[in-house]
Every structure is written in structure tokens, then in C-alpha cells.
Design a protein around this ligand. Sequence first.
Ligand code: OGA
Ligand code: NI
Length: 362
Amino acid sequence: MAEAADSLPPAEVLLSKRVQELVINQEEPPHLYICRKSGEATDEEQEENVSSDPLTQIPVIDLSILSASSSPSSEHDGELQKLRLALSSWGCFLATGHGIPSSFLDEIVRVSREFFEQPMEEKRKLEKGVEEFEGYGGDPVPAKGQPLDWSDRLFLDVYPEDRRKLKFWPENPPSFRDVLQEYTVKMRLMTEAISKAMAKSLDLQEDCFLIQFGEKAPLQARFNYYSKCPRPDLVLGLKPHADGSGYTIILQDVEGLQVLKGDKWFTVPTISGALLVLMADQMEIMTNGVFKSPVHRVLSSSERDRISLAVFYTPEPNKEIGPEEALITEKSAKAYKTVKDYADVHWDYYQQGLRAIHVAKV
Ligand code: OGA
Ligand code: NI
């Protein structure tokens, strides 16, 4: 009876079952997960980006060319220009040459998978409160009427170290903590290299974004497990949204993530060893709108499950950030205000299924 179900507090529904349990019990997705009309799925999904036209392919950028002082200057400048174009049209790129071995990326996927494949009792030891971010579970309860995502998550603050809550860090599989610590170190190096390259691509002072983010800019890791879904036509793995961080670095084992460009969804391909670098709202603000924070989503699949790890890189709490002065010119007026703790405002809108970027617009 729909009415009875509607009057159930979503918090209880959320707490009562993880998506993995629904799947194990072969239950149909409860109405709280349904966000698409059957059949809507999918003219747009059929228009897959199989074309070899470069305008329909997510750009691939070789970071080693940008960081090596030995790269010939024409190659270096060409790659910088590619980077600027990628971020001003797509708002994302696939990074290769980042220095993290593919074997290590495979290892992270493996330990993540092992974590989610454990029995429920094991994972529940790390269960978060409904209103909390950190720990194992789903998002804090969304606004009434907003659908739930077909995914289970483990969300952890990983940097700076004094923000870590080790009670949420898995002890199983036994290598989980070391692997995550090593990945955090690598993400620190990677965000430094990317922040500098982005500044150079816009002819800005190399350190300008690093200064805005601040030395202790937090990194948060969100491990996502997307169970197989019996009704991918009705349910999304992750609803359409733009991120509230500065930018986000995403590792995926199989396809499923899509980025909106214009009015079309493009599937992010899995390229061995590549990581997706995705602009979020705060980079759009800092670049005065030159770089775009794209809307993205994750489809669910009836054929395979999926692991992803999103690392969010966000300016320090309480720190004011705003458009770089050098990007405010006669031709391009200041379009964004100075903001602080934008991620909190972003979250309030996200829970209602809305974007927040307008609050930062002049
Ligand atoms: C996110 C996100 C994409 C993915 O966690 O914000 O967009 O592939 N994740 O899981
Ligand atoms: Ni996202």
C-alpha cells in the first residue's frame, strides 16, 4: 500500500536495509529508490558515444608531460592548452601519467571489493549515524520526495591526519588501512600537480589555486559499491549532481559514470591506469566560470556490480575562496562572489535534488 509506505519515516527505511541486502534478498527496488519513469531510460542512453569524433570523447591528458621539466616546450604547451580546453568544455579529463602504478590502482579496487563483500555484520561495525557523513551506509536522509541512490558507501576523512576517525577505518581486509594511507599520499601529490597545471593553463601564478585551497585542504574518500540492480530502467546508482568540492578524482573498475555535456550524457570509459579528474563547484568559482563543474550521474546495471572511489579535494574549512583576480577583466566581469564553507551550502541543496552554484553567482 503506497500510502502506508509513504508515511514510513525514510530514516527507518534507510537504516533498516542496505542496498546489498535488498539484492541478496532478491527484493524489487522499494519506491524510495525509484527516480525514473520506465521507458525514459532510454533514448539518451542508446546514443552511446561510440563515435570517434573527438568532440564526443572525454579528453585524455598526460600529466607526465606537464610535470616533466624535460618535455619539449611545444609538447608541454600543447598539453596545457588541451587541459584548458578540456576543463572549459567538459569540466573533466582522464589523467594518465600521474605516477600511480596501475597495479596499485587494481589493489585499491581489490581491497574495496573485499570490504563490501564481507558479511553485513562486519560492515555494520563501521555503520554511521543517519545524520552523519563518515562511516558505512547511505547518504544522510534526503529531503522528502527525493529518491535514494542504488549504492552503498564507506565515507572517510583521510587528510589532514588529525581529522581521521579511525573507528570508521576497516580492519578487514587487513591491508585496507595501509593501502588507503598510501593512496592518500599519492592523492596529495596528484592534487598539487593538477592544481599547478590548471593555474599554468590559465596563465596564472602556479601556486594560486594551492594558496586558495590552503595547505591543510581536506581530502575525503568515498568508496562506492553499486550492486547489480534488477530495474536499471527505474533506478540510478547515483542521481544527477555536481560536486561541492574543489575538484574530485575518481577511480572506477567498470563503466557506469556519465557526464552531462550540452544536453547529452557521455559515458566515462575505463582506460587502464587512468583516473578521472572532475571539476566541482569551487573550481568553477575560483576560475570565474572558465572551468565548468559538470553534472554527472551513475547508471545502475542488471549485469554487473561496480566499485568506484571518489576523492574530494576541498578548500580548508573557514577559508574564503573566490575568482582569481587575473581572470576578472573588462571582457569577463566578476561572475562569482567570495564564499566560504561552500560545501555545506551545497549539501543542503543536494539533499533537495538541486544545484547550489547560483548562491555564489554575482
Ligand atoms: C560522487 C560521484 C561517481 C562514481 O561520489 O560524487 O560522482 O563513479 N561518484 O561513483
Ligand atoms: Ni559526484
